[in-house]
Design a protein around this ligand. Sequence first.
Ligand code: NCD
Ligand code: ZN
Length: 350
Amino acid sequence: MDRLELPRPDDWHLHLRDGGALADLVPHTARQFGRAIVMPNLRPPVVDVAGALAYRDRILAAVPPGLAFEPLMTLYLTPATTPAQIEAAAACPHVVAVKLYPAGATTNAEGGVRDLDGLGPVLEAMAAVGLPLLVHGESIDPAVDVFDREAVFVRETLTRIVDRYPRLKVVLEHISTEEGVDFVRDAPPNVAATITAHHLLYDRNAMFQGGVRPHMYCLPVLKRARHRHALVDAATSGEPKFFLGTDSAPHVRPTKETACGCAGVFTAHAALELYAEAFERAGALAKLADFASRFGPRFYGLPVSTDTVVLERRTWEVPPSYPLDGGELVPLRAGESLAWRLVTGPMRVV
Ligand code: NCD
Ligand code: ZN
């Protein structure tokens, strides 16, 4: 197969940052995706509808002319979030979910949640209004090994949330382990997961190939090969619980290439191409359209795009860097070639 046409996909987990970075980042995603769920981990975080709407306007101002791109906004769950804020979010068509960061688990997660039990009324309100909880599923117990944090969170925390709030829609974001896959697979249909391209393509060896590779460091961290195999199996299984979320997470070069580098892999420049590579390796290209374009809208109760995009087998070289906020970022596969190329077909004009 040398050409693949699919409904315009959506990215159900994305970091766009803010300020001057938006003009550099939004075009990468708007070229490929019709919609994206935008993470709220700014500084300060996006905690209410007013903040989300103002952020949405700044994103829309950075959409290149001729592209129709819809940012779907999220609120950052904090210990101070109230049921009234949840009801306000549910009444706003542009806010589609609430993000749970265990406190300190990842980039800009300092304001996250330590005691989930204290947020019972908020989670009840979310279940009642149908607002999904998007979960960064990693334990924040410092005694837990970094490679075990997802499995421990799933076992000790997520199981409890799903049991206690059976109507709550939950997305375990960027799953990275066999335990994560098994949990989601066995859970009721209100529980789903996103999977990144880099977790489908790489295992933890990629972080140490010939030396330490800071641009391969993200959270949740890449795991052993058997976990990658479980993720590939889930993504290509045709089960509607597993859908696309890039977790493309840009950082300027000096904050990655340093003694204590930030977590995040940037894939928005070639997201679909990277997923196509992973699906092709698994002999499952025919399953890509469901994973990338249909299962996410189904879970969120949104229409599948009527627009299409085309992937062609055409080798191209990823640039060594892209501009980011006056500096530069190093994308995944910088200076290397990719086998698939997204053909920017006729666009819906706004
Ligand atoms: C993300 C970021 O940089 O905002 N980093 C990452 O490694 N994925 C945060 C996150 O999703 O954990
Ligand atoms: Zn993320």
